[in-house]
Structures are given as structure tokens and as C-alpha cells.
Ligand binder design. Sequence first.
Ligand code: C2E
Ligand code: CA
Ligand code: CA
Length: 279
Amino acid sequence: AKQQGKDNFQLYTPEMNKKALEQLVLANHLHKALNRDEFLLHYQPQLNLKTGQIVALEALIRWQHPELGLVPPDQFIPLAEETGLIGAIGEWVLQTACTQNRAWQLAGLPPMRIAVNLSARQFQQKRLSKTIARVLAETGLDPSYLEVEITESIAMYDVNFTICILQELQDMGVYIAMDDFGTGYSSLATLRRFPLHTLKVAREFVNDITTDQKDAAIIKSIVALGHGLELNVIAEGVETLEQLKFLHAVQCDGMQGYLFSQPLAADAVTQFCQQQSAG
Ligand code: C2E
Ligand code: CA
Ligand code: CA
């Protein structure tokens, strides 16, 4: 039995070896991608449902791989987390997003926040608020035009530590959003302790709001909860006019989704915003 434990290669099928090998190759490529300038950001506008204005843009990373083409984040962010590369990639995202937002402001676009997704590993680094402060200083972006998005799992990993970092960010004037709200395990007692500005309701709940009474009830409750805690509530993944009407009716503050706009390349954002403000 002992021998089976350590030397039992039967556990590993050829497919698993192939997968492991692919991961290794990808990790190796990922390592070089930063220096080769292969990452880019797309930006998805967020609409305020009361004023009709674009209030924020969420920065979403893509990897322009020379052979694989445009690789979506789901396929490399987990790997970047495992290998620790997420630290450098995350800082690149912050730097690029803040630089871009400053450039849009200087070009005369209406001021909007830039929302950046933070990953768990990145959040556990001690100097996150220092890094963010430095990036803001270097890019000249006012902190109130940066928003960070964290998930419940990040928040719940070490509650007191998270609150401490978020408080530092809020004191600086940075906005804070809880992403994919409703899919994690944060308790309401904990939620009220986090310094937040926004709840982003996960797409899972938004999908069926017009056909599923339970999902409709969940959204209504989240809006009421958010407003009770003096937070903005944003719905993600809005794809239909019916969903939009429903969200408007239940006083949801904002929305993001294909109905309004897909994530756009930087130059397309400029055009999109100019068209919007021209009416
Ligand atoms: P997320 O933060 O929940 O981002 C929203 C995802 O939903 C994006 O996918 C976006 O393109 C997609 N989406 C937006 N509107 C709609 C819609 O109406 N319908 C549908 N079906 N989908 C919609 P994307 O860009 O593939 O990003 C996937 C995830 O990767 C993100 O989920 C986020 O967790 C992660 N991610 C993206 N960029 C970064 C980054 O810079 N850093 C980190 N740590 N994670 C990132
Ligand atoms: Ca997000
Ligand atoms: Ca989300």
C-alpha cells in the first residue's frame, strides 16, 4: 500500500499530463506577455439609470497572444494567481487604467470613474494601498475617479485585514464596489462593516428577472438592502430592454451590460462617449 502511495503514476492519465503541460507552456508564455506588451484593456461603460449618464468604465483585461489570438481573462487570471504573476499584471492594469482615464479627461470627455478588478492575491499584499496611491500620483488621476472592485471571497478571506485596507482606500477618496454580489458567502453583519460605495448584483440574478419571480424578488431585496446601507446598486449583465425596465421600476441605480454596450477598446470609448453626450 505504501508503494502505491508515492509511486502510483496510474493516478495520472495521459490527458492530465497533457493538461499540466499545456498549463506549464501557458504559464511560461504568460510570464513573457508583460514584457512583450501583449495585454490590453477593454472598457465597459456603466450607465446611471436616473441621470442617463455614463458614470464609470470597468477595465477588463485581455491577452493578445501571438498564436492563440485574443484570450479572455477567465483563461489566464486563475493561472496568474497560482503563479504569483497576478501582482505584476494587476499593477499593470491599475497603471494602464488610470493613465487612460486621465488621458480621456485631458481630451475633454465627461469625467467618469475607472473601475479596476482586484484579485485575491493582489489584495493580500501588504502594500496595496501604497501601490494605488503611487499609481494615482504618477498618473495624476484624482482618487475619486478610481473605483476598485472586490469579490465577497476576497472580502471574507480575512475580514479585519480587508476592512483595514479598504478603509485606507476610502480615506484616500477611492471608490469601492462589491462585485458579483449575492454569489458569495458574506454575512449581512459583516457587509455593514465594509466601507463600500456600490453593490454590483451578479449576472446570475439579473438573467431571469423578467421570467423568474424569485430572481425578481432577490433583485428587489438587494436594491432595498443597498439603499438601506446607503450604497449604490448596479446590475451586471443586462441584455434586454425588459430587464432594463424592471431595474428602472425597482429603483436600481445603475446598469452595465451588452444592452448598453459591450466592453470597448480605448479609442472606441472616445467615440461612444462623444455620441452619447451628443444625444
Ligand atoms: P467580472 O468582473 O464579473 O466582469 C464582467 C464580465 O461579464 C466580463 O467578462 C464582461 O465582458 C462580461 N459581460 C458584460 N456584460 C455582459 C452581458 O450583458 N452579458 C454577458 N453574458 N456577459 C457580460 P470578461 O471580460 O470575460 O471578464 C471575466 C472576468 O475576469 C471578470 O468578471 C473578472 O472577474 C475577471 N477579470 C477581468 N479583468 C480583470 C483584471 O484586470 N484583473 C482581475 N483580477 N480580474 C479580471
Ligand atoms: Ca468586475
Ligand atoms: Ca461581476
